[in-house]
Design a protein around this ligand. Structure first.
Ligand SMILES: [Zn+2]
Length: 412
């Protein structure tokens, strides 16, 4: 069973980790180096030519890709968060390698090239920068990211050199747009939807857009015992109103989630009315208009809240990244392959970011989610089953063999 084969390989890869619960494997770390040897070994066994590129990506290409044929890129990331799991990232590396190896073993020829990538850095755990590898392939890598440093003051540039990579040779890694058919990632869902629907796999429709705001509330500190209730300018009460408003709007808006995840209160004393609150609002939605409408509903309420609580409220947008849609032809191909397994082809959006965010600048993207236990990820207890991995492998094999029917660049 291919699923068990993949499952066992993921167990093996998980050994390359810092000590402690779960898997901790950071970008350009000794564990990254060790797992690279293992992954290259898997790729070689599958009949792929391997290399580690200038950005620290582990690359495997078949003969057609080597010769410049139109190529489908598959893959995911090798890195993890601190005390993460065995499947976030590595599933999307191990599974396509196993499927390609199996197709070769059965003498099944694909009419296009295959490239499988284990991206070095998606989680951004070690350095502040993320998506170094996928940005390099997409041609959007900003050399300024080489100056980012880790907790020990080691820059990305120095770490790359230490790893045996040439940071000045990243720009030429950009793939040829015309020749790239698309990017497909297999990834655990990191959420509970598939489990709740009793489905092993699902089709991702889009990677979510994200925006963050910093909200500053200024009230007036005064004695908590002597200030009458109707004379207070309590910044924390206004914050409570905002938190409820964010929650309410997100509940009422289909396809958007959001949170007030960080809050600082001053003076934060037991007997003083809070005069300053600094909080964050984060909103996520795959559809831009949904996110903008949701943002509008929240921000337009701030004036009323300020008035009701006799405080001043300012809000500044600190971050905004557009959502990225998956290509229809890739979703349709996955849908057909899932249907062939006798399963319902559920479509769902990804609330997390992935390498596809960067790869979308190069080519069409598609993504297959695999059910994970309790929707848990970024945790040592992250789990999938060999049976689900097997279904995902069958879906992928079917998808690849029918790619020409769906892919516009191959249809020409
Ligand atoms: Zn991931």
């Amino acid at each position: 069973m291919l699923g068990q084969f993949v499952y066992d390989r993921l167990e093996e890869a998980a050994q390359f980790s810092q000590s402690g619960p779960g898997v901790t494997r950071l970008f350009l770390s000794p564990e990254h180096k060790q797992v690279a040897t293992l992954i290259r070994d898997w790729m070689t066994q599958a009949g792929l030519h391997t290399e580690i590129d200038a950005a620290g990506n582990i690359i495997g290409r078949d003969a057609k890709a080597q010769q410049g044929a139109p190529t489908l890129i598959m893959g995911s990331h090798q890195d993890t968060v601190v005390c993460g799991g065995k499947y976030d990232g590595m599933l999307g590396v191990a599974l396509p390698i196993a499927v390609i190896g199996d197709l070769y073993n059965r003498n099944i020829d694909l009419p296009f090239g295959i490239e499988i990538v284990a991206f070095g850095d998606e989680e951004g755990t070690r350095f502040q920068s993320t998506l170094v590898g996928s940005r390099a392939l997409a041609g959007t890598f900003d050399p300024k990211a080489l100056d980012a440093t880790d907790d020990h003051g080691i820059s990305v540039r120095a770490a790359l050199r230490d790893f045996g990579c040439d940071p000045d040779a990243i720009a030429p890694l950009k793939r040829d747009r015309k020749n790239t058919l698309g990017f497909l990632e297999i990834h655990i869902e990191q959420g509970p939807v598939l489990e709740s629907r009793d489905l092993p796999v699902g089709i991702v429709t889009a990677l979510t857009g994200i925006e963050r705001h910093r909200v500053l509330i200024k009230g007036k500190a005064s004695h908590a015992g002597t200030t009458p209730m109707d004379k207070r300018q309590d910044a924390l009460l206004a914050a409570a109103d905002i938190i409820h408003k964010v929650n309410q709007v997100c509940h009422e808006t289909e396809g958007m989630v959001g949170v007030v995840g960080k809050i600082e209160v001053s003076p934060n004393a037991v007997n003083v009315i809070p005069d300053t609150v600094d909080l964050t609002i984060e909103l996520r939605a795959p559809e831009r208009t949904v996110r903008l409408n949701g943002r509008g509903a929240i921000l337009s309420s701030l004036g009323t809240i300020a008035q009701n609580r006799t405080v001043a409220i300012t809000a500044d947008k600190t971050y905004e990244a557009e959502g990225v849609p998956c290509a229809n032809w890739m979703m349709n191909g996955l849908e057909a392959a899932i249907g062939k397994q006798g399963l319902a082809p559920l479509r769902l959006f990804s609330g997390a970011g992935h390498d596809g965010l960067a790869m979308h600048d190069l080519c069409d993207i598609g993504m297959l989610f695999v059910r994970c236990k309790d929707g848990l990820s970024h945790h040592p207890d992250e789990a999938i089953t060999a049976a689900d991995a097997d279904i995902a492998a069958h879906v992928l094999a079917e998808y690849l063999q029918n790619l020409a029917r769906f892919c516009p660049k191959l249809a020409k």
